[in-house]
Write a protein that binds this ligand. Structure first.
Ligand SMILES: Cc1ncc(COP(=O)(O)O)c(C=O)c1O
Length: 343
């Protein structure tokens, strides 16, 4: 098939961290419960690195660059609940590197990700800094990197938030994978030609930006709805930052394509901690578990599903269209955030 992997992205360095393609499964009972369009779930909770998730796709490219630069240790900053940290630790081990995690102030009991960090043999360093003072955490990371360099080590430093933009290649190829799977369904006569709507979580916005890049490189028509997941940002600012990431990636990959604001669509209103938002997310997780036997997490995917359900129920996605819900993983958080899913 022609597409990004046979053109621009095919030549990039990549290590194999994922079991691909992940399944695209039809959620027939969920669709029936909502009385709307057909719904497919892209199961990137099953990417296969540690406990799965979207970040493994980007790390295939980020870690290849680190290996090419002879890095032997990865230092990453983030909060304890960060799936990204967990995937980074697993990816580092898989690539024969050490992982040092600088954890922001939080709940440090040996459960959830803390347990996984330990099992992965990551070195955890606790900071007394919280999310509002990331600059201080990065200064600590720089000091640590210097210390490691003086011992003859070669660290890769990864900040909290977007992974290096090379990782977007993984998400452009994710788009190609989804397109291939939906085309396969069409060829088998199991899907007509509905308009496709992909619902994807947008935290740093990398996954969304990579999907948009993939859509353009593949010349495909579909709507990509990025459900905002970081309450620190408003819609305008977040859309601007997804666009900037997209442009940076397009330039890095020398794709020769240009993007403007119309390429990026984000949905706000699902990232807060208000009781109504939390209960919508908890209801969404329960509905998916009860109809499909698939688990969503409280921080990311249950909120994306809550937005998807609202769009279906109020008719913004007409019944003749089809939905692809991107399951980005994060499921281990159910064990340490069980209260968030109380209904
Ligand atoms: C499980 C999960 N889903 C979605 C996201 C958001 O992805 P992105 O940062 O690419 O927007 C994250 C980010 O940490 C995540 O861990």
């Amino acid at each position: 098939m022609n597409g990004p992997d046979s053109t621009i992205l095919g030549g990039l360095g990549r290590v194999s961290l994922c079991a691909l393609p992940t399944p695209l499964v039809e959620a027939g009972r969920l669709a029936e419960a909502l009385g709307g369009p057909r719904i497919f779930i892209k199961r990137d909770d099953l990417t296969g690195l540690a406990l799965g998730g979207n970040k493994a796709r980007a790390l295939e490219f980020v870690m290849a660059a680190a290996a090419a630069a002879a890095c032997d240790v990865v230092i990453a900053v983030g909060p304890q609940h960060s799936n990204q940290l967990c995937c980074i630790a697993a990816a580092a081990r898989k690539c024969g590197m050490d992982a040092v995690l600088l954890l922001l102030r939080g709940d440090n009991r040996r459960q959830g990700n803390m347990l996984l960090f330990d099992m992965l043999g990551a070195q955890v360093r606790l900071t007394d800094v919280d999310l509002s003072n990331l600059g201080e955490a990065y200064a600590q990371m720089a000091d640590l990197a210097e210390e490691l360099r003086s011992e003859g080590r070669k660290p890769l430093e990864l900040k909290y938030g977007p992974l290096p933009v090379a990782g977007l290649a993984g998400y452009a190829l994710l788009f190609q994978e989804i397109l291939g799977q939906t085309r396969g369904l069409r060829q088998e006569g199991r899907l007509g030609s509905p308009r496709l709507h992909i619902f994807v979580g947008s935290g740093s916005g990398s996954t969304q930006a990579g999907l948009i890049l993939g859509r353009r490189l593949m010349g495909a028509e579909c709507d990509i709805h990025g459900v905002m997941l970081d309450p620190r940002f408003d819609q305008q600012r977040h859309e601007g930052s997804v666009l900037a990431t997209l442009r940076e990636a397009a330039a890095l990959f020398q794709s020769g394509v240009e993007f403007d604001a119309a390429d990026v669509h984000c949905i706000d209103g699902y990232d807060g901690e208000e009781a109504t938002t939390r209960s919508k997310a908890a209801d969404a997780a329960a509905l998916v578990a009860h109809t499909e036997g698939i688990l969503l997490d409280p921080v990311y995917t249950s909120r994306v599903m809550a937005a998807t359900i609202d769009h279906i129920r109020d008719g913004r996605i007409p019944p003749e269209d089809s939905v692809v819900f991107y399951h980005s993983g994060g499921v281990p958080a159910i064990f340490s955030h069980s209260d968030s899913l109380k209904r």
